[in-house]
Structure formats: C-alpha cells, structure tokens
Ligand binder design. Structure first.
Ligand code: PL3
Ligand code: FE2
Ligand code: FE2
Length: 234
C-alpha cells in the first residue's frame, strides 16, 4: 500500500503537453521579464544596486531552469503568445520608470508579479512532474525574497506614496488577472485549479498590502474588490 497522495497525471499525453507549452512559455517569459525589471530597478535605485542585481540573477536562473522543465517533457514553450500576455504589464513598468516613478514598477514587479508567481508555483507543486517539482520548490523560496524587497521599500515610503501605491494596484490588477483568464483552461489541463490560484494570489497580496501599511478596509477596497470583479467577468 502506498501513502503517497501524488495525483495520477500522465505527463506524456498530447493534452497535457499542449497546455504545458503555453504555461511553460508564460513562466519563462515572466522570469525573463523579472530579470530585466530587477536590472532596470538596480539602475533606478543606486543605494540598493547590488541587492537588486542579485535578485535579477536569481530570475535569470529561474528562466533557465524552467526552460529545462519544458525540455524534460519534450515540450516547445509558446513564447510568442506568452510575450503578448505580459506586454501590458511590462510596458506600464518601463514607461513609469522612464518618468522617474519607482512606486508603480515596484508594485508591478515585487507585489503583483511575485505574488502571482508564488501562488502559481505553490498550486503547481502537488501536480508537478518530479523533475519540475524539485526546481519549483527552491524557486518559491527565492520569490519570497523578491516580494520582501518590494514590501520593505514600499513600507519605508508608505506615508508619502500611499495613494500612488493604491492607484498602481487598482490599475495593474485587472491586467494581471487577464493573464490568468487566458491561462484558465490550460491550468486545468495540467491539474491546477485556477480558482485556488486566484484565492491564494488574493491572500498573498492582501497580506503584503497589510504589511506595507494599509488598513484591512483599504486592502479590501484595493485588492479583493479587483479580484472579485475579474472573477465576475469569467
Ligand atoms: C517572477 O519571479 C516570475 C514571474 C512568473 C509568473 C508566472 C505565472 C505563472 C502562471 C501559471 C504557472 C503554473 C506553474 C507552472 C510551472 C511550469
Ligand atoms: Fe522568479
Ligand atoms: Fe521573482
């Protein structure tokens, strides 16, 4: 008798591999963008340059490791579609930085994208193939460092940027949830319940906004309401 609770997933079916191609593409694109974004932040925040370059290097390694996960399943990642899905967040981050704004880029990369990644990787762990599971486990630890960096910066600058942080969340959350909607059926096909991913994303983001300094009522108004609105459109 086995006590293992591992689900019985056949990683070699056409349906699994087709869905994995897009999910893997989104993950690789997300990690590549994260590498790029942390390097841009390193230029923009000279006091934290070394720390931000170290975070960027972790992201580059994540991208390489997830490329390996696709290769291991002999799946060709769908990069063009993934690139299209991330474009709005990426454009918003780079144009804010060009205007000298640090709040929006930190909200996009460190709060929204990192919470999304942690929630997604967490939901993926119990259904991952053994090769990907080993990688995803330590990647999650790294992602917490990325979230913590943004949380601490925003916490230190909370009083002067309170409204800008809230506004960035309100504007960027719908864009992020659009990515999730596009992945919905592919997530199901690889054994992830998208509703569970949304719920975990919402919890992580709420905790972060609370740690940064928002009152529970404000957190509800900023994050939970955006998530609920997005779900209502599904
Ligand atoms: C920042 O460090 C990384 C940003 C990546 C965003 C990932 C979104 C993931 C969507 C669903 C992924 C399920 C996990 C599959 C792993 C191959
Ligand atoms: Fe990462
Ligand atoms: Fe990250």
């Amino acid at each position: 008798m086995t006590l293992s609770t591992a689900p019985n997933i056949d990683y070699s079916t056409e349906a699994y591999r087709r869905a994995y191609a897009l999910i893997n593409g989104v993950v690789i694109m997300g990690e590549n963008h994260a590498d790029h974004h942390f390097r841009l932040l390193a230029d923009a925040i000279p006091a934290d340059r070394e720390e931000l370059l170290a975070l960027a290097a972790m992201e580059a390694r994540h991208a390489r490791e997830f490329v390996g996960c696709g290769r291991n399943l002999r799946v060709q990642a769908d990069i063009p579609l993934a690139r299209k899905l991330f474009q709005p967040l990426h454009d918003s981050l780079t144009s804010a930085l060009e205007q000298g704004d640090l709040v929006r880029p930190l909200v996009i990369q460190c709060l929204i994208i990192e919470c999304f990644a942690i929630a997604a990787y967490h939901c993926y762990l119990p259904v991952a193939d053994p090769y990907a599971k080993g990688i995803t486990t330590w990647v999650i630890d790294d992602e917490h460092l990325h979230l913590n960096y943004g949380e601490q910066w925003l916490q230190r600058n909370f009083s002067s940027h309170r409204e800008a942080i809230a506004e960035a969340c309100r504007r960027e959350l719908p864009t992020t949830l659009t990515i999730l909607q596009e992945l919905w059926s592919d997530l199901e096909a690889i054994g992830i319940a998208p509703e569970a991913l949304v719920a975990e994303f919402n919890c992580l983001l709420n905790d972060s906004l609370g740690a940064i300094g928002f009152q529970p009522k404000e957190v509800m108004a900023i994050s939970t309401s955006a998530v609920a609105r997005a779900l209502a459109h599904l």
